[in-house]
Write a protein that binds this ligand. Structure first.
Ligand code: SAH
Length: 352
């Protein structure tokens, strides 16, 4: 068992089983042993690869979409350009480089990064010169907010509930013969799942992300009051159903209880929950990543970049384009939703 695993076993023996959300929170962000708190997990040598690490085109097109939204909203200044969970900082660096030529944009903006991992803050500081870091979206400035979140919401801890009659049993992490094991609580009515009684039946499993409402509401309130927009990109769908918890280590699925703190734990994002908490701002249509990138001109950008490449570099560029947009790869599994002000249009690439 890992060092964190031993700590969790001792804690459960003392104080009883943990909700899945408490277990995930320690696995991902425990200050000494947490997965993100201690390492850079990205890329071929790491545990998983994200879109900005696959190709520079991803961050470039997102930067240009936000810059166009800024122009469409009358070029307000000063503005906040923010990212939630920026990883290595690659997406923000690509977005800033691609928008250098947009007149007035860089003069208007300051960069704000919401990141809890000290290790990743250090990586971000190497790529992005003048940024301000935040522990939470709640402290972003009162100003027009242009914000991107790519594979951020999937890293937020979730709770899981199994329906029984009109009540729910919560899935818990407890001890089985001295080792970590799953169990369930007694069935009880759960107020926050009242709506889910309409679209589930006995035995169904639903997931609930406790941090999502406050984060979404914080972004929406600023966007509605001051202007701006959010681009939220992740895997998942409209309303989650079923067990989507997954653990990834060295690009392979593993048992989420096997190596606490050493595997990435994620769950599909419930975009309906994001839409529900976007009030009083508006939310756009949920759009597949491939469609979004094609509307923003990825084909033309890919052709322009291909002109300067040959041999292996050209092959891997073509593979990266395919990986981001193809239906069988990230093009359809990943979706994009925007939050935008009730008096503005959604950013380019998305429809109301
Ligand atoms: N957006 C990046 C990284 C995705 S991984 C990319 O696409 O490559 C998830 C990121 O969110 C990491 O940077 C992680 O440290 C950060 N993160 C996870 N939970 C967080 C939280 N509760 N608050 C702030 N950042 C968090």
């Amino acid at each position: 068992m890992t060092a964190l695993g031993d700590l969790l076993i001792a804690r459960i023996a003392r104080t009883g089983p943990l909700s899945l959300a408490d277990y995930m929170a320690d696995c991902l962000m425990h200050p000494q042993h947490g997965y993100y708190a201690t390492r850079d997990p990205f890329g071929a040598a790491g545990d998983f690869t994200t879109a900005p690490e696959i190709s520079q085109m991803f961050g470039e097109l997102i930067g240009l979409s936000l810059a166009q939204a800024w122009m469409d909203q009358g070029r307000p200044a000063p503005i906040t350009l923010a990212e939630l969970g920026p990883g290595r900082g690659t997406l923000m660096a690509d977005a800033l480089r691609a928008t250098r030529g947009v007149p007035g944009f860089h003069d208007a903006l300051t960069v704000h990064l919401v990141e809890t991992s000290p290790a990743l803050r250090q990586s971000q500081a190497k790529l992005i010169a003048d940024a301000t870091w935040h522990d939470s979206a709640a402290t972003l400035p009162d100003a027009p907010l242009f914000v991107i979140a790519n594979e951020f919401f999937d890293a937020l801890p979730i709770r899981q509930f199994l329906r029984e009659g009109d009540g729910w049993r919560e899935k818990m992490v407890g001890l089985t013969d001295g080792a970590l094991g799953f169990g369930v609580s007694e069935a009880a009515p759960i107020g926050l799942l009242q709506d889910r009684l309409n679209d589930t039946k006995d035995g169904d499993l639903v997931e609930y992300c406790p941090a999502l409402p406050a984060i979404t509401a914080a972004l929406s309130a600023k966007i509605e009051s001051f202007g701006g927009c959010a681009l939220i990109i992740d895997y998942g769908d409209w309303t989650s159903q079923g067990d989507t918890l997954q653990a990834l280590k060295s690009h392979k699925h593993t048992d989420p209880l096997a190596a606490p703190g050493q595997a990435d734990l994620t769950a599909h994002v419930d975009f309906a929950a994001i839409a529900e908490h976007s009030h009083p701002a508006r939310f756009s249509r949920l759009t597949p990543q491939g469609v979004f990138l094609e509307r923003l001109g990825i084909v033309q950008r890919a052709q322009a970049l291909a002109g300067g490449l040959s041999g292996e570099a050209l092959k891997s560029h073509i593979a990266a384009h395919r990986r981001l947009t193809h239906r069988g790869e990230m093009g359809e599994l990943f979706k994009v939703i925007s939050i935008y002000p009730s008096n503005a249009a959604p950013p380019p690439g998305l429809e109301p």
